[in-house]
Design a protein around this ligand. Structure first.
Ligand SMILES: N[C@@H](CCC(=O)N[C@@H](CS)C(=O)NCC(=O)O)C(=O)O
Ligand SMILES: [Fe+2]
Length: 283
């Protein structure tokens, strides 16, 4: 198994390309579509850099996986599917997220059954990637539909733990819950110490490199779980969440990502529009 990680500076997101070296089958986890909020323009520079690696290494893309419906970047899943093929997948509980945001965005004809994705992945489901298997772990809390993927001896944990020096994912989005998140953190810590953990975001200080990889042993010293139990964690998480702004791209990101990354249908003038619901989320 090999992994190549890409970092999107604009949204501080890691995209991971994982492949089986014998069959050359590949999976991409959390691909990013470039989006310029100022101009409303989308672009595929980040995605195309991954696609060029896929081609150069003669890999065939089998899965396009999301760890959750992201609130901070738009998914490039449709672009990968168009260019390379492969099936899209997300946590089986995504209807819970779709239900909430269908209301927020008044998406009248939108089906909240997850049918926009090819695969709805639940706890214990297993996908085959050549000689590797991808096992799905349900790790909710940041959102109700968050999953992690266990591939070989590595875990791709989405937004649960962030880097050990930084802490954990926020739990204040609709359907998020700090106590549920704590259980998911415990679950991750139940893996062997040397299990590799691939992260979903990092927010480094200016001048420092982002950290995309650590181990379970490293996460035992995560600043949000050190020595404290569930109650301490929940208190700390809620205090921090109360001070956080919504992610810059939450409104464009969510309405696109619950559609599996599809942009809204163009109106009769051929232009697609995103909505900004007033006074609905955040503070
Ligand atoms: N400043 C970032 C914030 C992004 C954000 O809220 N990230 C989420 C993951 S989607 C998180 O859990 N952050 C944890 C924290 O900052 O404590 C943005 O605007 O995009
Ligand atoms: Fe997230």
């Amino acid at each position: 198994m090999e992994v190549k990680t890409y970092f999107d500076k604009d949204t501080a997101t890691f995209t991971h390309l994982v492949w089986d070296t014998s069959s050359r089958q590949a999976a991409i986890i959390d691909p990013v579509l470039d989006f310029n909020y100022r101009s409303g323009r989308t672009a595929t520079h980040s995605a195309d850099a991954v696609i060029s690696d896929l081609k150069q290494r003669d890999l065939s893309l089998k899965y396009i996986l999301e760890t959750h419906a992201h609130a901070d970047h738009l998914s490039a899943a449709p672009h990968f599917k168009e260019q390379c093929g492969g099936q899209t997948g997300i946590g089986a509980n995504v209807p819970a997220v779709q239900e909430v945001f269908k209301g927020v965005f008044n998406m009248q004809d939108f089906a909240t059954d997850g049918s926009q994705f090819d695969l709805l992945l639940g706890e214990g489901d297993t996908l085959t990637l050549g000689e590797l298997s991808i096992k799905v772990l349900s790790t909710p809390g940041h959102t109700p539909a968050c999953v992690s993927y266990q591939i070989g001896d590595a875990l791709f944990i989405g937004d649960t733990f962030l880097a050990p020096r930084y802490g954990t994912a926020r739990a204040d989005f609709p359907g998020g819950d700090a106590s549920t998140l704590y259980q998911s953190l415990e679950r991750i810590l139940s893996f062997p110490d040397d299990t590799r953990i691939y992260l979903c975001h990092d927010y480094p200080e200016a001048g420092s490199d982002p950290q995309y990889l650590c181990t379970v042993a490293d996460q035992r010293n995560n600043i949000h779980v050190q020595g404290s139990g569930a109650d301490d964690f929940i208190k700390l998480r809620k205090e921090r969440d109360a001070a956080l702004e919504m992610p810059v791209l939450i409104l464009p990101a969510i309405q696109v990502n619950i559609r599996a990354g599809q942009l809204p249908t163009p109106e009769d003038n051929g232009v697609a529009y995103l909505k900004i619901p007033l006074n609905q989320i955040g503070k």
